[in-house]
Design a protein around this ligand. Sequence first.
Ligand SMILES: [Zn+2]
Length: 132
Amino acid sequence: MSVSVNGYIKSTNGSTKLSTNFSVSEFACNDGSEAVFVAPALVTILQKIRTNFGTAVTITSAYRTPTYNTKVGGVSNSQHVLGTAADIVVSGVTPATVAAYAETLLPNTGGIGIYSSFTHVDVRETKSRWNG
Ligand SMILES: [Zn+2]
């Protein structure tokens, strides 16, 4: 078993909608690279979060190339490199509140990390929880 991930090219598919409120470009690596990898299961979770809170969800970091992940100090096996993770800011909602809702969506799987200014959510098959 592994988590399904789709690949896109930012300049070609950047405006492609993955769900009601999310497009491919929002998941692109912050280093400006063209390849974008996104797990559909991650999009589903983010859209549920967006719909639940009814306010803007900003993805601050989703897919990371291995090089960029190293540059920003990510762990080597980061879910961001797999295309299965996103760091998000929900306008007007605390990271802990976002995490509590994400918990209802991922009761037995996935990664949820609470940081001071954002929430990390990933759709790994195992369960992981932490405070950053
Ligand atoms: Zn993260």
